[in-house]
Write a protein that binds this ligand. Structure first.
Ligand SMILES: [Zn+2]
Ligand SMILES: [Zn+2]
Length: 202
């Protein structure tokens, strides 16, 4: 669901039949997602972060306060994460408190959500610690690859070369019909972007 002034996509994920849920990238409107989880009878058991830009982590503190769910972040984005108050100031926002991450994400690590296994892939370039979460037929991609676009690389630690290499080695190697759920905008597929993306397509 898109939320907040950054139109950031936050995802609430629970495998069929399960009441355990993961929240991915809680942005500016955490209350909406807490309410949605309550309405569905889901318990948020983990907070997964694709990276530490403000639009993806504004709601972390509120979600953790309400659920005690542990926070997962790649260590290469820790500096950006710890700088949340400075990020907020740039946007004229009040600096929220961000509790320390509880778990370090590593490339190749597997995270379980009920019976579903997600593979963590380190995909730097938009930020140094960007990761994608990959499971059968699905990628939760954060701000790495968008429909017809890619993540911006002009922010601290960004690099277009690194981003393009991440996309080619970690994402375009997935099956064409894999659906990409990005941090902004509509979902797309690996095949569509491999063929038509103006920045990294063939
Ligand atoms: Zn970002
Ligand atoms: Zn974003």
């Amino acid at each position: 669901m898109e939320n907040g002034q950054f139109a950031e996509n936050c995802y609430l994920l629970a495998p069929g039949g399960s009441t355990d849920a993961v929240i991915l990238d809680p942005g500016e409107e955490p209350e909406r997602f807490l309410m949605e989880a309550r309405r569905r009878g889901w318990t948020i058991t983990a907070i997964w972060l694709t990276h530490a830009h403000i639009d993806h982590i504004l709601g972390v503190g509120r979600i953790q306060a309400a659920t005690q769910a542990p926070i997962h972040l790649h260590p290469a984005d820790r500096l950006i994460y710890d700088n949340l108050s400075n990020q907020a100031r740039l946007f004229g926002l009040e600096a929220p408190s961000a509790p320390k991450p509880d778990h370090v994400l590593t490339h190749g690590q597997r995270l379980m959500l009920g019976p579903i296994s997600f593979e963590v892939r380190h995909t730097p370039g938009h930020s140094p610690g960007s990761v994608c979460f990959v499971t059968d037929g699905i990628v939760l991609g954060g701000d790495v690859l968008f429909q017809g676009s890619v993540g911006r690389t002009d922010l601290p630690g960004g690099s277009f070369e690194t981003l393009a290499s991440s996309i080619h080695t970690q994402l375009f190697t997935l099956p064409d019909d894999t659906v990409v759920y990005p941090g902004h905008g509509r979902h797309t597929t690996i095949g569509a972007e491999r063929l038509t993306n103006p920045f990294v397509g063939e």
